[in-house]
Design a protein around this ligand. Structure first.
Ligand SMILES: Nc1ncnc2c1ncn2[C@@H]1O[C@H](COP(=O)(O)OP(=O)(O)OP(=O)(O)O)[C@@H](O)[C@H]1O
Ligand SMILES: Cc1cn([C@H]2C[C@H](O)[C@@H](COP(=O)(O)O)O2)c(=O)[nH]c1=O
Length: 204
């Protein structure tokens, strides 16, 4: 059995990644591929409980990082690894790049601590493809403000999000073989045309 592909979606809050997960999922399923779509923090019953805590409770920066990786450990063990092993593809709305961007870039946690957690929690697993939905902060904020009540992260200040975005872009430059940076300030149809082309080459 050929191992499935692992695809992650990243970007600052309001960048538009959730909007495009359905589109990419449809492209994959249309090819008859078994697909599991999940998210972080969350993706398992325990992970969803941790998500509630980490998105709404004030806590020490390192507690926040550890809870993100605790949720991830469960997600990898219960969902991601078994699906990939049976040949299914997995989409995750955020993965470890989000910890580097938010806890590392945004909050200033040493990247060496995040690297150690990554090595501990998933030493042999990396996404095959990471879509980074990149957008200026003012565009993302305007989209978010129009939609819902904001969680702990979404209420952060501009300098937090600028540092988060910069860390995402730094990682995209560090790992160009798996990252595709999508200019998410364009219209949804324009973005979908680019996503369709990328998926056609991946599914070929
Ligand atoms: N390219 C776009 N042009 C205009 N509006 C968009 C675009 N992409 C997304 N939106 C709208 O912006 C809002 C936020 O989009 P979405 O929920 O996909 O963002 P997100 O990155 O998943 O945010 P979060 O990480 O906070 O869940 C939604 O109302 C969506 O319809
Ligand atoms: C995985 C992960 C997530 N976060 C933050 C990023 C977002 O603000 C929230 C999740 O909300 P979404 O609407 O589902 O995108 O959590 C983080 O700070 N660190 C992480 O590792």
């Amino acid at each position: 059995m050929q191992r499935g592909k692992f695809i992650t979606f990243e970007g600052i809050d309001g960048a538009g990644k959730s909007t495009h997960i359905q589109f990419v999922s449809d492209c994959i399923r249309a090819r008859g591929i078994d697909l599991v779509s999940s998210r972080e923090p969350g993706g398992t019953p325990l992970g969803e409980k941790l998500r509630e805590l980490v998105l709404h409770e004030t806590m020490h920066l390192e507690t926040e990082a550890l809870l993100m990786f605790a949720s991830r450990r469960e997600h990898v063990a219960q969902v991601i690894a078994p699906a990939l092993e049976r040949g299914a593809w997995v989409i995750s709305d955020r993965f470890t790049d989000a910890s580097f961007a938010y806890q590392g870039g945004g909050r200033g946690l040493a990247l060496s601590k995040l690297e150690a957690l990554e090595q501990w929690v998933h030493p042999d697993l990396q996404p095959d493809l990471t879509f980074l939905f990149d957008v200026p902060l003012d565009v993302a904020r305007a989209r978010l403000d129009a939609t819902r009540d904001l969680d702990k992260f979404e209420k952060e200040r501009a300098d937090f999000f600028n540092a988060t975005r910069n860390e995402y872009l730094r990682r995209a430059a560090q790992f160009p073989q798996r990252f595709r940076v999508i200019d998410s300030s364009r219209t949804i149809p324009e973005i979908q045309a680019e996503l369709r082309a990328i998926m056609e080459s991946l599914c070929a």
